[in-house]
Structure formats: structure tokens, C-alpha cells
Design a protein around this ligand. Structure first.
Ligand SMILES: *Cc1c(COP(=O)(O)O)cnc(C)c1O
Length: 349
């Protein structure tokens, strides 16, 4: 640490992402990326976009607003585009939490970091023993709520009705619903955006559209909220989404069939892997995401994590209360999951 850092940032523990190793060929099931390449149209679109690389990116992001508006079924003025949904979430903590934030004890680790960075007082609400979220815990807290749906790393999802109850009981507070994993089985809250001016839904192309490296995220909300996000963007980095990323996002949106096929394959692989793990004695949450959250009654998660790592398979283990005996396993390709299952079988038998 240099002597120049503002003391206010010195004690903040940064977000710890899963490892991104190079060198050895890993079966990488630790960061919830897609095992499939992006839509085939993405390559030529990105290449073509390079013709404009000497210019700043399109500042209105209009060309991507159009197809995204079509995909989400919302008018263009209900959309905000960002450098990954992490950026939208950062803006939300920065802009919308004058009375503090509230989120679950077991959820996306970045919420805590953003709260610390932007000096947001946060109320941490424990999930139930089975990791389910009790909507009534979130009623009328007078704070900005952050709910990952489906939740990470548990994979559990709230129904649209449950989300709507939370919105109704918090008319005076903003509710941010983080839908990073919505493509894998949850019910999106996007249709509620027109009805509730206290709802902001965030989404990402990192997981379901195989564009984690491109950094493309969005928010859907009423135009007043979108305008506020624009204010934050213009005070931070007006060119937050680069030309190649916009081209990639547009090409991805143009190939709806490919997107549906990939997400359906991941769901199918997930459910099959889940059954196989259950047969080996694991308990699994009812995951509606592109990962499984599993526990074995006899083998410590740490030990399993280490044994898998030795065999070239990376999964995620969190050294945190309440979940330290669980592994989060990203759903990879059929072949990757086969390799995982064979390795697990050998370890536990
Ligand atoms: C991955 C993830 C994000 C961030 O996605 P990016 O668009 O890649 O920044 C946000 N929320 C949750 C719950 C995630 O798991």
C-alpha cells in the first residue's frame, strides 16, 4: 500500500474472484462462465467494428438499445448499458443508497465490497437454514434492497410473485434485482418494471451469452432511474462500453436461437449432473442457475476442492460461515461434467 491512498479505503477487503489460471489445461468450473463460444455472428461483427476503432464508441449506445429493447420487451428509454453488470451494481450502491442497503448474508460477495467502497451502511439479513430467502424479512426496511435472483452461490430463486410482494411492501425504497443467472430457469422481474417505479433489474451477457470477457451488462427500470444511472456514468466514464463489446452484444442478440439452445443445453447438463451427484450421496440445492451448490455428508468440501484441483478440475469453495462445507460447481459442457463426475466418484469411493 502506498502512503498516498486515502485512509478510508485502506481497510476494505476487495472482492475475491475465482482463479483464472493459465498454463495447464484445466477443467474450469469455478467462475460460472459458459462452456460454449458466443453466437457465431459475434466474430465477424467484432472484426467489422474494428473499422471504427480510432473513434470513441457510440455514446448513446442506441444501436444496442434497439435489439436489447426487443429482447426484454421494454421501451429503449427503460434501459441502461454498462461495462458488465458489476458496473451497474456499483452505480446503484453509489447513487441510490442514502439510507443504507440491505442484502442477504449469503449472496453475491460484491455487494459487501461496494457498500464498503461507497460508505453505505448495510443491513445483512440471514437466509433461512436451507438458504431460502424469506420475503417478509425484506418488508419496509427503508433501505435500498439488493436481491440476486437466482441467488449466488445457492442457486435458489424467488418467484415473480415473491419479488412483487417485496416491491409492494417497499414502495418508498428502491429494490435492485440482480438477474445475472435468470436465463437458466428463474422467473424474470422485467415485466414488473413498467408497474413499479421502485424496481431496477440488472442483467449480464457474461454467463448466458458467453461474453464474460467482453464486459456487457444492463439495467432495466423506469426512465427516471435510467436517467440517474446516466448521470453516474457521465460523472465516471461516459464511454463505459467499448465499440467491440457493443458489436458483440448486438450480434449475440440477433441470434436468439443460439442463445436458447446454449442455455437449454446448460440446464439439461445441470439437471443430469445433479442427479448423478445425488446418487453419490451429495445434497444439492434446487439450483436455477448455471452452477450446482453441493455438500457431501462425509467428505469435507475443502478436501474435495483440493482433490479435484490435483486432478485438474477447478470448482469454487468459499471459506465462509454457513457454506464452508459446500462447493459451487459451474455447469460446464457434457464432457467437462463427465470428467467432474468421474473424478468425484473416484474421490468419494
Ligand atoms: C457474475 C455476477 C455478476 C456480474 O456480472 P458481470 O456482468 O460479469 O459484471 C453480478 N451478479 C451476480 C450475482 C453474478 O454472479
Amino acid at each position: 500500500m502506498s502512503r498516498f491512498l486515502n485512509p478510508r479505503f485502506q481497510g476494505i477487503a476487495p472482492y475475491t474472484p475465482g482463479e483464472q489460471p493459465t498454463g495447464r489445461k484445466w477443467v474450469k468450473l469455478n467462475t460460472n462462465e459458459s462452456p460454449y463460444p458466443p453466437a457465431p455472428g459475434v466474430w465477424p461483427a467484432v472484426e467489422k467494428s474494428l473499422e471504427r476503432i480510432q473513434l470513441y464508441p457510440e455514446i448513446s449506445c442506441e444501436s444496442v438499445h434497439k435489439p436489447l429493447s426487443h429482447f426484454l420487451g421494454l421501451p429503449e428509454d427503460h434501459l441502461f448499458i454498462a461495462n458488465g453488470s458489476d458496473e451497474v451494481l456499483a452505480f446503484c450502491f453509489w447513487a441510490f443508497c442514502p439510507r443504507g442497503a440491505a442484502f442477504a448474508d449469503i449472496t453475491y460477495g460484491f455487494y459487501r465490497v461496494f457498500a464498503d467502497m461507497y460508505e453505505v451502511d448495510s443491513l445483512v439479513l440471514p437466509l433461512a437454514e436451507d438458504y431460502s430467502l424469506t420475503p417478509s424479512d425484506y418488508h419496509a426496511l427503508g433501505r435500498t434492497l439488493f436481491i440476486a435472483n437466482p441467488n449466488a452461490p445457492t442457486g435458489l430463486a424467488l418467484s415473480r410473485q415473491e419479488v412483487e410482494t417485496i416491491l409492494r411492501e417497499n414502495r418508498e425504497s428502491l429494490v435492485v434485482v440482480d438477474e445475472a443467472y435468470i436465463a437458466f430457469g428463474g422467473q424474470t422481474a422485467v415485466p414488473l418494471v413498467k408497474k413499479y417505479d421502485n424496481l431496477l433489474v440488472t442483467g449480464t451477457f457474461s454467463k448466458s451469452r458467453s461474453l464474460a470477457g467482453a464486459r456487457f451488462g444492463y439495467a432495466a427500470g423506469r426512465p427516471e432511474l435510467i436517467e440517474d444511472l446516466g448521470r453516474m456514468r457521465y460523472g465516471f466514464n461516459p464511454y463505459n462500453v467499448n465499440t467491440m463489446t457493443m458489436a458483440a452484444a448486438i450480434a449475440s442478440l440477433e441470434d436468439q436461437a443460439y442463445y436458447e439452445d446454449c442455455t437449454a443445453r446448460i440446464v439439461k447438463t445441470r439437471d443430469k449432473a445433479q442427479r448423478a451427484l445425488q446418487e453419490m450421496g451429495f445434497s444439492c440445492t434446487d439450483s436455477k442457475a448455471n452452477f450446482l451448490f453441493v455438500e457431501h455428508p462425509e467428505f469435507s468440501a475443502k478436501k474435495l476442492f483440493e482433490c479435484l484441483r490435483e486432478r485438474g478440475i477447478l470448482v469454487r469453495w468459499f471459506e465462509k460461515p454457513r457454506i464452508q462445507n459446500r462447493l459451487r460447481i459451474t455447469v460446464g459442457s457434457e464432457a467437462e461434467m463427465q470428467a467432474l463426475l468421474e473424478a468425484v466418484e473416484r474421490i468419494v469411493s
